[in-house]
Design a protein around this ligand. Structure first.
Ligand code: XMP
Length: 547
């Protein structure tokens, strides 16, 4: 891999994603990694990320000096650029000349900026500046505040830039990063959807061996792609389970039972466990508690599904798997719940050992799985799992970003109606009702949500909006007037966001006409809702979901 050395800035993951967009696999490692640890990962190049600090600060994060002697191609960004300059014998000064935001650089030569306009805008964020490039390095760009805005040394396959090529505000940044990877480092862009799919299928095959697996479908892209990968790896030893926890949106269950099952090619069991989930959620208002309960009950549902899965897998051999699967899904549905447990007594429960999860790289990081990052929310498919899970987790997407998941899905032949879907959280509408969850509130939210989705699609906004959670403030009431009467109803919050990976997001400027239409329809058509409000908070500081 290309290793992105994380100096503690929020940009390391973004850089990793940009490297992958250049079709080269990359991972993030902490700056505390030693040269030996880095070598052990067989890197093909290093990228030093930006950092929050000045290289002069007392606790400035540093890198094992031996790393610079590994002979690896290296690209420094911002703080990483300065670290590199210092380590290689250049000069970094506290010029007192801060540059922040849009800045023009002037290109003076070199391979990185070849073909770009001589003067072009980039995104800067620095106080210190490199004032002399290391010996043997050519200065290839300058700016008003950075006499050395970029340098490179073809012989050592090293280069760096003071600005942030990874952010969208540097319009040519991706090109510069790509040129480093291919022209300076000489790497072959081979991280393509086809190769990713092939590698993931192979590693799933290795992990599961001759074992059996079940995969919970949530109705989202991630679990569908994860299931499809595992299906390609182990065939009819995979059974999909769809838990109707009563927290679904309108039409979701039907869609999973038809489109998803046939696209994935594995038999599907639907469990109608809404009674169970809603029972446990009654009167629970704390978001983390809700998440934990839903995570726990998912696992309990899956455990109940094992017996059914085993029976199905026994039957699946020989006859046409596709049609048998669809029929079995319908059957299982009517026989769901308590019955399934007793049905299991004849089969050897526990011989489905693997549980497939659609966990993504950002989930892993946000649930505290990344080095030194705080737990922000326990996403049910990672941190919310109970301790006594009896399954071994299979997480084929654990290192992927959302756009890669979609690309892999397309590669596996999943239709656009699945891979193009907006993200929807596993805990469903349960974390979109602020307050306790009950059937009536769920019906209210479902009705509002359906209207929002309908109007957003009709307005052609599905591609510009990353997702639009619709939230019911069940514990808030406000006074309204409808007809001649006073109302005292609940507000619905619209949370349209634009994002690339859900790690950061901005609120989407949805056209007023669409908002007006949505507001009118919701207040007219959904009983108990007398106000529609728009969430105009970016992430950070807000998260995308309200809970
Ligand atoms: P937040 O609210 O953390 O959401 O900004 C980031 C993205 O993750 C989705 N999300 C979840 N997905 N299980 C999931 O599978 C979860 O528990 C969960 N919580 C949030 C959210 O919809 C957004 O796309």
């Amino acid at each position: 891999p290309v290793l992105v050395v994380d100096f503690g800035a929020q940009y390391a993951q973004l850089i990793a994603r940009r490297v992958r967009e250049a079709h080269i696999y990359s991972e993030v490692i902490p700056h505390t990694a030693t040269a030996a640890e880095i070598e052990a990962k067989n890197p093909v190049a290093l990228v030093l990320s930006g950092g929050p600090a000045s290289v002069y600060a007392e606790d400035a994060p540093s890198l094992d000096p031996a790393v610079f002697e590994l002979g690896l191609p290296m690209f420094g960004i911002c703080y990483g650029f300065q670290t590199m300059a210092r380590a290689l014998g250049g000069e970094v000064s506290q010029t007192g000349n801060r540059e922040y935001g849009r800045t023009d650089v002037t290109v003076t030569g070199g391979a990185l900026h070849a073909g770009l306009p001589e003067a072009h805008p980039v995104w800067m964020s620095h106080g210190d500046a490199v004032t002399a490039a290391p010996a043997g390095f050519e200065v290839t760009a300058t700016s008003a505040g950075a006499p050395v805005a970029a340098f490179e040394c073809a012989e050592r396959r090293m280069a760096g830039v003071q600005y942030h090529p990874e952010v969208l505000h540097s319009p040519h940044g991706q090109q510069v990063l790509s040129r480093f990877l291919t022209e300076v480092a000489g790497l072959e862009p081979s991280w393509t959807a086809a190769n990713i799919a092939e590698q993931l299928i192979e590693s799933v095959r290795e992990q599961i061996g001759e074992g059996r697996a079940i995969c919970g479908l949530s109705g989202g892209v991630d679990s569908a792609v994860a299931a499809a990968l595992v299906q390609r790896a182990i065939g009819d030893r995979l059974t999909c389970v769809f838990v109707d926890h009563g927290l679904l949106r309108a039409g979701e269950r039907e869609q999973v039972e038809t489109d998803f099952a046939s696209a994935i090619g594995a038999p599907l069991i639907t469990l109608d466990d809404s009674e169970v989930f809603l029972g446990h959620l009654a009167d629970v208002t704390d978001p983390e508690t809700k998440r934990k309960i839903i995570g726990r009950e998912f696992i309990r549902s899956f455990e109940r599904a094992v017996a059914q899965a085993l029976e199905l897998q026994g039957q699946g051999t020989g006859s046409g798997a596709g049609s048998a699967g669809a029929a079995a899904g319908a059957d299982a549905d009517s026989a769901a719940g308590a019955d399934s447990a007793s049905a299991g007594s004849s089969a050897s429960a526990g011989s489905v050992d693997f549980l497939v999860q659609g966990t993504l790289y950002p989930d892993v990081v946000e649930s505290g799985g990344g080095a030194g990052t705080a737990t922000i929310k326990s996403h049910h498919n990672v941190g919310g799992l109970p301790d006594d899970v009896e399954f071994t987790l299979v997480e084929p997407l654990r290192l992927l970003f959302k756009d890669e998941v979609r690309a892999v899905g397309r590669e596996l032949g999943l239709p656009e109606s699945i891979v193009g879907r907006h993200p929807f959280p596993g805990p469903g509408l349960g974390i979109r009702i602020v307050g306790a969850v009950d059937r009536e509130r769920l019906d209210t939210l479902r009705a509002a949500d359906a209207i929002v989705r309908e109007e957003m699609t009709a307005a052609g906004l599905d591609n510009s909006v990353w997702q639009c959670p619709v939230v019911l403030l069940a514990d808030v009431r406000s006074v309204g007037v409808q007809g001649d009467g006073r109302t005292y109803g609940h507000p619905i919050v619209l949370r349209p966001v634009s994002s690339e990976d859900a790690m950061t997001a901005d609120w989407t400027r949805v056209p007023y006409e669409t908002l007006a239409l949505i507001s009118n329809r919701i207040t007219n058509e959904v009983p108990d809702v007398n106000r529609v409000v728009l969430d105009i908070t970016s992430k950070p500081p807000g998260t995308i979901e309200w809970e």
